[in-house]
Design a protein around this ligand. Sequence first.
Ligand code: ADP
Ligand code: MG
Length: 803
Amino acid sequence: MTAPAASEGTRLRRVLERELREGCRDRIVIGGLDRLFIQAAEDGHLGDLPGLQALIDRLPAGGYRNLPHTAREKWLGAAIRAVPAPPPPASSAGSHGPLRRSSAPLAADDPITRLPGLRGGMAARFEKLGVRTLADAATYYPRRFNDFTDVRKIVEVTASVDPQTIVGAIESRKVQRFGRRFGGTEAVLRDATGSLRLVWFNMPFVAKALSEGQRIVVSGRVRHYRGRLQMDNPEWEEFDEAMAAGRLIPVYPATQGLGQRTIRKTVEQAVRAVAGKLIDPLPARVLEGERFETLPVALRTFHNPASAIEAERARKQLALREFLAIQVAVLMRRAEWQGGIVAPNLEFRDGLPAYVESLPFALTGSQHDALDDLLHDLLGPRPMLRLLQGDVGSGKTVIAVAAMLAAVRNGYQAALMAPTEILAEQHFRTLSAILGGEGALDGVFAPSWFARPLRVLLLTGSLTAAQKRSVRGDTANQGADIVIGTHALLEDEVEFPRLGLAVVDEQHRFGVMQRARLRQKGANPHLLVMTATPIPRTLALTVYGDLEVTTIDELPPGRKPIETSWVTPLERDFAYAGVRSRLSRGEQAFVICPLVEDSDVLDARSAEEEFQRLRAGPFADYRLALLHGRMPGKEKDAIMSQFAAAEIDLLVSTSVIEVGIDVPNATTIIIEGAERFGLSQLHQFRGRVGRSDMQSYCLLFSTDEEPGPDATMRLKAMERTNDGFELAEVDLDLRGEGEVWGRLQAGANSMLRVARLTDRDLLYRARAIATDILLGDPQLGRPEHAQLRKSAEPFLDRATEAN
Ligand code: ADP
Ligand code: MG
């Protein structure tokens, strides 16, 4: 028998003996003996105590608690006999208990299995959380804290957005339907002072996990609902004895079969053993200069804070280190991209005025500024690395075209990569229009205002093999000046001997590696990435820290702000009537169908149903069409062209349909099931209208009269503002878990373990420190920067990869 089991056995035996001595009243351990048994089983301690295990298995349903008082004494006697007696004191003279199991002191890189009582099975579960070594465990950060310095009685609970913590027993729980389709859990929690309704939206499984009479601790927001208080989507866990001490108890990200207690214990042991031995990535010079706390101090405090203020201060110390690692990584990547070979000089001063003159509109001030930034970068010799962000409809395309023309003007090729075929095709049409029209043969254009004729080709996955071959051949032999395409551009067979500029549209769908592949096709091309997702600065610096950012923050003149309204089921018919009157005037509308699941098939089916319903009902007198991601490319294209030509009044589509679609005559967008979409997506959908001087409308149809609190906040924010940057910041500040600013934020959030995107000051500080350090030691080759380099490594190719 191994030492830890013996020691656990000893502990269990002592508890059982005391229970027997004190009259079998089950008052020895908070939560009762059953709680102790469950924990022992969870921690793998019963494996070596088969006799006890068998006795526990024989307990009635509900456990020791339900064993009649008269039967307890006998059961305890048997249980005590089933646990080996503690070893005589003499035998432990040479060792001081389990911690000294091995004579070598614990090192940071040792596996956690060197900790006493941690068995192989547990180690495998820890591995799932990315925790293998003691250092990993010591830096495994709490997701939040349960504040036992401030446990409320139910009678004290008030409506508030700040989370409140309550301990109570489950009185009842059931699966409940809140919407048309999705079930959740409703439960009643009771303590000595009263009862409180708990609601978990979309989480029917919680009902199964709870049992009546179970003592749990919940923490969450409380609001008034129909005249009573209710806690929404609380975090919860079973109450355990350690919580009674009146501290902040860390709550760690957990996994199946690995409970909070085991994680807490392991982390605590690891911190004690190795926190002092971890090397701080912050160089000592910076640490002193900025008066930061040392790593061990911050770690110890963060895992075991005495107050919320202390926890937050420690978190910031650790967050700074995390941001620093990311900033070092993105800045090194930037240096690498810009180092080495010289980028071409794409001078365009002579051609620009004629191009701008040829456009059917005057550029906005913002567009002029963006052009200045870009054309300056394109002079080389350092390759441009620029992110052009601007809300949908702000007119990024004409800017990108100017840059591409600059490349062509200087004898180089330009590539424009879009995330989908529809967008690639739309860019091709836009470019055709700018270059002088439809009639161009074989992709050759000869605008009178440009120095020479140029050839523009389209390369997408839906071309035939022969067509692709021909486009590739022309590209390789410099028979193409501009190539627009999808991911197909990245394929190995595609060669761009004179690629001078790569433009990537809707960057957040591409990662660093794809960018790198595009770059490798040319000598050392300039890079322009564009996004319509308004990215808050903290987010941009985190995931696009290697890019310089230009923002177009002005819409073309004459655009009227879109009127946005949240429409509940009861107001629907009235809203449809408004849409019909606009369709009758010759305007057009989009209907976006709700997100069903992460499934093309189901999405397509629900769009089909909606299409049939609208065609048979409210829009029977109009021309309707359906568009979804599972249709063949040709068919999609045909429908889009018909819609663009106003041969279709109302287009029903799934949410996968591209963000950049430009149909100025479309003035209404209806978003069905709007409560299911995140703010960024709602805002992008809305950007499909409001592209002319006509008044446009965005109707957010919710499935329920009262969607959940988060959804309500989103819908109201949409009604309040049209400014994407404001929405992005709102989203960032209000965000509850699971609510993200598009995939981008999801990517950033999966990257950040302790820092938050709302830690703006910390991020700027980290950026400044990183810049400063790299200035003196660009490769981080100095010994005092070795640990910083190590901490940056995971981010070197991950940063934008994560999204
Ligand atoms: P996005 O930034 O979303 O890619 P586009 O480049 O597609 O926007 O531009 C949206 C629409 O606005 C297009 O029809 C474009 O021709 C038009 N546009 C662009 N700039 C201006 C401007 N300065 N004045 C008027 N219309 C403009
Ligand atoms: Mg666009």
